[in-house]
Design a binder for this molecule. Structure first.
Ligand SMILES: [Mg+2]
Length: 303
């Protein structure tokens, strides 16, 4: 996790990003910008925070246009006498998360997935399902991480989830609409959000057309309730999956390897890593949404 100063810089970048208009409008919230500014004040002290906040405001100060080398709007400087370097990689990670490039990757992954699901559904004789993770696969949780200074705390997380205000990940809504046009299919969400926030999760998904009655939302009951167990439930059509009946899973969408397979300690070695990189399921039945903000990749396969 980033240290205090780098975290402050990260939040500073958040102010810059949101003040100048992030790529998708759902996250352009004055409240979010205020929260980020407040975090800067706390982390860096009021005077530095004010400098950063001033830099984040749109518009060029009077007379600055005439000054050679004056920064363009949005350029990462904070005033004529105190250029601020924002070298921390966190800054670039958050920018990347909002970038055209990352959005394109998400949209094209869902488009490629839709093509494959269409093909497979046409070949499938029986009932089938598409399984999707929720956080940072179909709902964008970036706001939580900014508002909570990159710290995960379960109580804060659940409170944030209950607000049901996460915007959709680019490409997800169109993909789900496509799946719904295909016969014998079922949309299934398998998420490690807890059962106690299942209703709020459904509310959030429904807001964006990602949930309809009849979809399955399999939240986590307890620590032993792995995603693998819930995938097996979908395939067997038993227990909490009984209403959907047995179904073949024809595609999985996620932002983590664990959204596709269960990983064990014995998997975390160089040989297994190479195997996984070359797994033929990629882009055939496993569809990965890039998540540069957080994930198991931060601790898996470290040498
Ligand atoms: Mg996820």
């Amino acid at each position: 996790m980033a240290g205090k100063s780098s975290l402050g810089l990260f939040i500073g970048v958040a102010v810059l990003v949101f003040s100048h208009g992030p790529v998708h409008s759902q996250t352009h919230s004055p409240d979010l910008a205020r929260a980020a500014e407040s975090a800067i004040r706390e982390l860096l002290g009021a005077s530095d925070a004010l400098v950063l906040a001033a830099a984040a405001r749109p518009g060029r100060p009077k007379g600055e246009a005439e000054r050679p080398g004056a920064p363009e709007r949005g350029e990462r400087t904070v005033g004529p006498s105190r250029p601020v370097e924002l070298p921390d990689t966190v800054r670039d990670v958050i920018r990347y998360h909002e970038s055209v490039e990352r959005r394109h990757l998400a949209v094209s992954t869902f488009q490629r997935g839709a093509e494959k699901v269409r093909e497979k559904a046409a070949e499938e004789k029986g009932d089938w399902a598409v399984v999707l993770d929720v956080d940072d696969t179909v709902l964008d949780t970036k706001a939580y991480w900014i508002e909570n200074k990159l710290v995960f705390e379960l109580n804060k997380w659940n409170a944030w989830v209950r607000e049901a205000r996460a915007p959709p990940v680019p490409g997800a809504v169109d993909f789900i609409h496509t799946v719904r046009t295909l016969p014998r299919g079922k949309v299934v969400y398998i998420t490690d959000r807890l059962d106690i926030v299942r209703d709020a999760t459904i509310e959030n998904l429904r807001k964006h057309g990602l949930f309809e009655d009849g979809d399955l939302v399999l939240t986590k009951k307890d620590a032993s309730d792995t995603k693998n167990i819930r995938r097996a439930c979908v395939q067997s059509g038993t227990g909490r999956c009984a209403s959907a009946g047995p179904r073949r899973i024809i595609a999985l969408f996620g932002d983590s390897l664990r959204d596709f397979i269960e990983l064990h300690e014995s998997d975390l070695n160089a040989h297994r890593r190479l195997e996984l990189e070359k797994d033929p399921n990629w882009n055939e039945s496993w569809f990965l949404i890039p998540n540069p903000l957080y994930g198991h990749w931060q601790k898996d396969f470290r040498y």
